[in-house]
Ligand binder design. Structure first.
Ligand code: CAA
Length: 287
């Protein structure tokens, strides 16, 4: 089984993460099929990939031919079966809800080839629980990518309780091939990255709530004082306030008080202030 190089990749979800994962795999020469539940989600995903490639082209990081070839390797579908059958790797990047993940992995367990690796891009949910739904937990692994995927070097590989060494090795080899550097983490709520990243974001929001400083000053403090590329509130706007709230709710249940979501965050999500994607979060965007 170990000589199966990943050539065909299925991606479930055409959102920010799924699109980025598909783009990286296609740029590395894999044939990619992206599946989502609506034509509008699929076309928005394609457009995001096109604009990311346009950005790379403008910076002379890729050629016009690379861009064409990358796009020609990506196809889209509404059928989950078309993103599972014949694939060497399927990466799930659908919303962070255990019921949806369980449904997807039980389908993949029944429909993906017997050699395929089944990866989940969950940022905090239990890989072991997701794997259990597949009936082939040895081939299920957490493959946690970072936004923006084409730029961020890290691939956090999460070993579920039953993930095999062979699956770990093959997922790492795929990460190497698409230019990512992997770290291996055991399956524990929030893994390494979300557990640390969320606590910083959570505390920054509590500081806004308490009137410690304005969002821009909290961000500048971490950018200039700690050399973070962007402060925790700008980053929350980039990731999405709803996404961060869902992760906090989960980590609060699993790990306790330090992850209790700030009331301000709940209120902003209820008001539709979701960050960049809605035009407003801790900052205002666009028009
Ligand atoms: N596609 C392709 N290239 C992109 C891109 C995209 N979507 N977005 C940015 N870039 C490129 C730019 O073209 C630019 O390229 P050059 O270096 O060749 O000039 C480079 O990335 C930097 O971009 P910018 O100059 O526009 O802006 P910047 O220097 O402020 O960097 C950033 C932007 C890369 C987003 C940087 O601010 C950063 O690293 N921020 C932190 C991001 C982060 O922490 N992500 C993790 C989020 S948590 C997560 O994803 C996990 C989760 O579970 C929720």
């Amino acid at each position: 089984m170990s000589d199966h190089q990943v050539k065909r990749v299925g991606v479930l979800g055409a959102g920010t993460m799924g699109g980025g994962i598909a783009q990286c795999a296609a740029q590395a020469g894999c044939e990619v099929v992206i599946r989502d539940v609506s034509e509008s989600a699929l076309s928005a995903g394609r457009e995001a990939i096109e604009s990311s490639l346009a950005r790379l082209l403008k910076k002379d990081r890729i050629t016009a031919e690379d861009r064409e070839q990358t796009m020609s390797r990506i196809s889209t579908t509404l059928e989950m079966g078309e993103a599972a059958e014949g694939m060497d790797l399927i990466v799930e990047a659908i919303p962070e809800r255990m019921d949806l993940k369980v449904e997807a992995f039980s389908f993949l367990g029944a429909n993906a080839p017997a050699h395929a690796i089944l990866g989940t891009n969950t940022s905090s949910l239990s890989v072991t629980e997701i794997a259990a739904a597949s009936g082939c937990a040895d081939r299920v692994i957490g493959m946690h990518f970072f936004n923006p995927v084409p730029v961020m070097k890290l691939l956090e590989l999460v070993r579920g309780m039953n993930t095999s060494d062979e699956t770990m090795d093959r997922a790492k080899a795929f990460g190497d091939r698409i230019g990512k550097e992997s770290v291996v983490v055991n399956d524990w709520p929030g893994f390494a990255t979300s557990r640390l990243g969320i606590i910083l974001g959570c505390e920054a929001i509590r500081m806004v709530e308490q009137g410690v400083a304005a969002p821009a000053d909290i961000d500048r403090a971490m950018e200039l004082g700690y050399r973070h590329p962007m402060g925790p509130l700008k980053l929350t706007d980039l990731v999405g306030l709803d996404v961060r709230l869902a992760i906090m709710e989960h980590l609060f249940r699993e790990l306790g008080e330090q992850f209790r979501p700030p009331t301000l965050l709940r209120q902003m999500v209820r008001a539709g202030k979701l960050g960049r994607k809605s035009g407003e979060g801790f900052y205002q965007y666009g028009g």
